[in-house]
Design a binder for this molecule. Structure first.
Ligand code: HGY
Ligand code: MN
Ligand code: MN
Ligand code: MN
Length: 431
């Protein structure tokens, strides 16, 4: 298929040096920036507003300028925004983007592939001296993963007027408020400066996002690209089970208030309830005994919940079952618990017209069109609240593993990602 695509492509866009190399080399360069202690172990972690995060923003701004964006700026939330002017003034804009923050011990393509592929597509357009009949606005979103602050999709929320003012008072694990972290990074940190980032939907044609699939489907089908039909919704929580710390040697087994044993039952309950509901997933990603000791029965156990499904009813059914299981485990064991919702994201169907544009782009490359839902959340599901959106997935190697340093994208597939975006832009230009 690649050979056919290569031949077909060259007579269409002209023989270009392998665009994929440029994308993957840029990803490697950005991955130099990482936070301690992950950096010391050669691992990637770039969470919101840390010094490595700010260094990545600077690198992206420079890359956008070098590629030929007419305007480049880092905004009040650290989003790196590049604008390629249209062939005529007051033309509408196409919004595109993805995020540049990462999870802990991350791969180097989650989010960043979409940003870097767009930069290469713009570089190619400028080298060809081409202007589009619409402006192209690329946003490298600064905070999507919600690692340092429990404010997932923080940046894309601001663009659609959904920034929650309470987020400014959120504290990270070191007690630093988001507002103070913004100021320390040189931003105003005021609600006004953030609300000013809201985009007027009337100025935009829509939103498209290129992203790695982060799953095994395209790998197993041996397809480099896939058109996303919808993005799964989620409910996330942080919680704590409260028992009674006591001596590990003297407390009889039938007289314990062991918070960790209850949490272990909860983990298995999440697995059981999600397995019983095809199409749903449930994860306890964080689990810890704060201040625990080897010879103390755990009195407290902190945990997180990440519950997802393709539609909100299924998501809420799983949510109800898990919360009921937590209550019954704690009742039976005589323990208390707290549960704090951190994210509620509704399932976001991708706009049919924009799915069709991605499908035409994939066909223009001589590739078959495969449509699939997204199990992962993306900025597109936030932008969905203001603009029609659609995503194109790029195959990940290693069976699409992600949120793991084994995350990988082949040169060929990165190359096809850039060319697919070019094909979408060209198709849109002729509408
Ligand atoms: O968790 C997710 O779905 C994405 O990585 N934000
Ligand atoms: Mn991610
Ligand atoms: Mn992502
Ligand atoms: Mn002792």
């Amino acid at each position: 298929i690649h050979r056919i695509a290569e031949i077909r492509l060259n007579d269409r866009f002209g023989a270009e040096p392998r665009l994929g190399n440029a994308v993957l080399d840029a990803a490697d360069r950005l991955a130099r920036h990482s936070e301690p202690p992950f950096a010391e172990q050669g691992q990637l972690c770039v969470t919101y507003l840390t010094l490595p995060h700010q260094a990545v923003a600077q690198d992206l701004a420079l890359a956008m300028r070098e590629a030929g964006f007419d305007e480049v700026a880092i905004d009040a939330l650290g989003n790196v925004v590049g604008l390629l002017h249209a062939s005529r003034p007051d033309a509408p804009r196409l919004l595109t983007g993805s995020h540049y923050d990462t999870v802990r011990n991350a791969g180097r393509h989650d989010g960043r592939l979409g940003v870097l592929a767009t930069i290469e597509a713009v570089r190619q357009l400028r080298q060809e001296g081409r202007r589009l009949p619409f402006a192209l606005e690329l946003v490298a979103f600064s905070e999507e993963e919600g690692q340092r602050y429990a404010a997932t999709f923080l940046s894309s929320s601001a663009l659609v007027g959904r920034f929650d003012p309470a987020w400014l008072d959120q504290r990270d694990a070191d007690g630093i408020r988001l507002q103070d972290a913004l100021r320390a990074a040189g931003h105003p940190g005021t609600l006004g400066s953030i609300e000013a980032l809201r985009r007027d939907p009337a100025r935009y044609l829509g939103y498209v996002e290129l992203h790695i699939e982060q799953g095994p489907v395209l790998c197993e089908l041996d397809l480099p690209l896939g058109v996303v039909t919808s993005i799964n919704g989620s409910r996330r929580y942080t919680g704590e089970i409260l028992g009674l710390a006591s001596h590990a040697g003297t407390t009889p087994m039938d007289r314990r208030r062991d918070a960790a044993a209850a949490a272990a039952e909860l983990v298995l309950a999440v697995e059981r309830e999600a397995l019983a509901r095809p199409g749903t997933v449930g994860t306890v990603g964080l689990l810890e005994v704060p201040g625990g000791s080897i010879n103390v029965v755990p009195g407290r156990c902190r945990f997180s919940l990440d519950l997802r499904a393709g539609d909100d009813a299924a998501r809420d059914a799983l949510d109800g079952a898990v919360r009921a299981a937590l209550a019954s485990i704690c009742d039976r064991r005589g323990l208390q618990h707290t549960l704090t919702p951190t994210v509620v994201a509704s399932a976001a169907p991708c706009a049919p017209a924009w799915q069709a544009r991605w499908a035409s782009a994939v066909e223009a490359l001589g590739l078959p069109v495969h449509r699939l839902p997204s199990g992962a959340g993306h900025d597109a599901m936030k932008i969905h609240e203001a603009l029609p959106q659609a995503m194109l997935f790029v195959r990940g190697g290693n069976l699409g593993i992600s949120h793991n340093p084994l995350e990988t994208v082949s040169n060929d597939d990165a190359d096809l990602a850039v060319r697919a975006l070019r094909a979408l832009l060209d198709g849109l230009s002729h509408e």
